[in-house]
Design a protein. Structure first.
Length: 224
């Protein structure tokens, strides 16, 4: 399996999308954003970590990102690349604001990223940030979810053998977040041609994959 390669310059995406995308994405941000003009956030409580929890390794790369994920509607997402990054704040992986948020916390165990495609070659990026303290996960999801048009997690360039296009920085994109114990899961979705249209449909295509990865992380984080 070829590794997916982070793309530089991803932060430009935040400024080229129509304002209506912010409303679409806000409706699917987890942990929990209320829809409408009021973007206040309900912050869930998280138990303080014991030393054993804080020092526990992150979930295995193959466990969190299987080769294929089945859509409940009958479709299939195929993994085209995955990698565990050297740090949680690599410049080509996260934006400066997210890097600052992470630096303010109690430490990050690691970041894992993967790129999937569906049968129509639409592209779906997943990133899992495993923090040492679950409260840092709450803070990250709350902060990022309250600014749905600010893209702080980078999309990845597809491996050459994947058959996917490397999409330009002004391509349309949606994003959503979940929090699972110590881990924040970020999902990004893009049409195969990078089109800036049908964002709600794109959200619907992203959601089953994001949910599947989040459930795998949740099972690991709650296991003995």
């Amino acid at each position: 399996m070829s590794d997916a390669t982070p793309v530089g310059g991803f932060r430009k995406r935040a400024w080229v999308l129509n304002v209506t995308l912010g409303l679409v994405v806000a409706a699917v941000v987890f942990f929990v954003l209320r829809s409408g003009t009021d973007e206040s956030v309900d912050v869930p409580k998280a138990a303080a970590p014991s030393p054993s929890v804080a020092d526990r390794p992150m979930i295995g790369l193959a466990d969190v990102f299987p080769d294929q994920v089945t859509d409940p509607a009958g479709g299939t997402y195929t993994k085209v690349g995955a990698v565990a990054l050297k740090s949680c704040t690599e410049p080509d992986s996260v934006g400066p604001l997210l890097a600052d948020y992470i630096a303010q916390g109690k430490g990050c165990v690691g970041e894992q990223v993967a790129l999937y495609k569906d049968a129509k070659n639409n592209q779906f990026n997943l990133a899992v940030f495993t923090m040492k303290d679950p409260m840092d996960t709450v803070s990250l999801v709350t902060r990022l979810g309250s600014a749905p048009m600010d893209y702080q997690v980078g999309a990845q360039a597809p491996p050459p053998a994947s058959g996917l296009k490397t999409l330009p920085p002004d391509s349309g994109m949606v994003q959503a977040f979940t929090g699972q114990g110590r881990a924040m899961v970020v999902g990004l979705g893009q049409w195969s041609d990078g089109a800036t249209r049908d964002y709600q449909r794109l959200v619907e295509r992203l959601t089953p994959l994001l949910n599947s990865v989040s459930e795998r992380v949740a099972r690991y984080e709650t296991s003995p």
